[in-house]
Design a protein around this ligand. Structure first.
Ligand SMILES: *Cc1c(COP(=O)(O)O)cnc(C)c1O
Length: 422
């Protein structure tokens, strides 16, 4: 469900026409919908057991305006770097609702989290535990910790976003968990509070979640038997979203919430969740202008002004994104097949292959849908392409929430060392 719809023949974000926005801000740009972000957050959080913490996974879309929109609804944040921590705090997420995840937290990042007074650290290895203990003792604090357990469950998603099997770098292997908790209990700078699992992203079935959560429940019982106080359970993120209109949709948050409620009923834990994609993906589109239509022998190429540096998901994860014309097509009009490509000099700069689309010409606008998560956050300036703009819409209002980088900004980022100066 989202609020990007055709009105009077033009695709709109809520009450704002995307063609007029393109005139104002230029292309390409990301456009986010407040109503969609809010709706997704509310649908998800209201499906969960009362008292749960929803810590939005900042890495999905870390724009301050997006974070603030969610913080105002009561969202916490799941951060994976000192940068994300700073952004979450700057956007008004209370430290008491911030969870710090990630396999490679540095001591400086740990210190920043401790100084802020975050809710908890999700620790992913024994060496990390030792480092956090040192940092906490040096700061005269105790770090609230859940250990992230790798339950060795296959989330049955794309290999690059499957994180809960024994072959991935994430979490402490299930078989090492008791020993790790026993060790943690002896560290004066560490306060063990719970257990954490996160098995992957774009998960479209409930079974892998249920398996992982059940394993976490068994572990909690074992750990309590060992004398640990386990009062929290972090169930991670990972719930998938529909990228294709005619695909069977992934389970909705209500079904997920009902499963969670059933499985965790007797765990006696405060639950936390780290949804990213589910909140942000369908709340954003990438608007781009057709530069050329190039007719090859085998394919017709729609060359647009957005490239893989702006949205890398197709190149990186073989991801499918719906692409639509911003001008509403006349029903029954022809739909020739295009390869939709960007200007970047890479064969993988390909958004869609042999995709039926309305007849398009140079200057027309297209929107790449479901681009609100893992879109702008992964954008770069490869091919010396300035970073694109981001816009947030709320009803009839819109604002540039990340200005487009200028070519001058881009050139000014580098430095010439002394010996090369003329
Ligand atoms: C990426 C990530 C998330 C968010 O995953 P989504 O699939 O976007 O919900 C949550 N927790 C951790 C630890 C992550 O690495």
């Amino acid at each position: 469900m989202n609020y990007f719809e055709y009105k009077d023949g033009v695709l709109c974000a809520e009450g704002v026409r995307l063609d007029l926005l393109a005139q104002k801000v230029g292309t390409p740009f990301y456009c986010y919908s407040t109503a969609t972000l809010e709706r997704h957050y509310r649908v998800f959080s209201s499906a969960l057991p009362a008292g749960s913490l929803v810590a939005y996974a900042v890495k999905a879309n870390d724009n301050l305006a997006v974070l603030k929109t969610l913080a105002r609804l009561g969202a916490g944040a799941d951060v994976v770097s000192g940068g994300e921590l700073a952004k979450a705090l700057a956007a008004g997420v209370p430290a008491s609702k911030i969870v710090f995840s990630g396999v490679g937290k540095t001591r400086a990042e740990m210190r920043a989290g401790l100084d802020a007074g975050i809710y908890q650290f999700n620790v992913e290895s024994e060496p990390e535990l030792a480092a956090l203990n040192d940092v906490a003792l040096a700061a005269g604090r105790r770090a609230a910790v859940s250990l992230r357990i790798n339950p060795d469950v296959d989330a049955r998603t794309h290999a690059k976003i499957n994180t809960g099997t024994a072959e991935t770098k994430f979490g402490i292997p299930f078989g090492h968990a008791r020993a790790a908790y026993a060790h943690a209990a002896m560290l004066k700078g560490i306060e063990i509070v719970g257990v954490d699992v996160h098995i992957g992203s774009q998960i479209t079935e409930l079974e892998p979640f249920e398996q992982a959560f059940t394993i976490a429940g068994d572990l909690i019982a074992t750990l309590r038997g060992d004398g640990h106080t386990i009062s929290r359970l972090d169930l991670g993120g990972g719930l998938g979203v529909p990228y294709e209109h005619n695909n069977e949709p992934p389970p909705d948050p209500t079904a997920y919430g009902a499963m969670v409620t059933r499985v965790t009923r007797d765990f006696g834990c405060k639950l936390s969740f780290e949804p990213g994609r589910l909140i942000a993906a369908n709340a954003g589109v990438l608007v781009s202008e057709v530069i050329y239509v190039k007719r090859g022998d085998a394919r017709t190429f729609l060359i647009i002004d957005a490239g893989m540096n702006d949205l890398v998901r197709p190149a990186m994860y073989d991801a499918f994104h719906e692409i639509v014309a911003v001008a509403e097509p006349v029903p029954g009009s022809p739909r020739p097949k295009y390869d939709v490509v960007g200007p970047v000099c890479e064969t993988s700069d390909l958004f869609a292959s042999e995709r039926p689309l309305p007849e398009l010409k140079s200057g027309d606008l297209v929107a790449i849908l479901t681009a609100g998560a893992y879109g702008a956050v992964m954008a770069g300036d490869y091919n010396a392409r300035p970073r694109l703009a981001e816009v947030l819409v709320a009803g009839e209002q819109w604002g540039i929430v990340r200005p487009r980088e200028s070519i001058a900004d881009l050139v000014a980022k580098d430095r010439i060392p002394d010996w090369l100066e003329d």
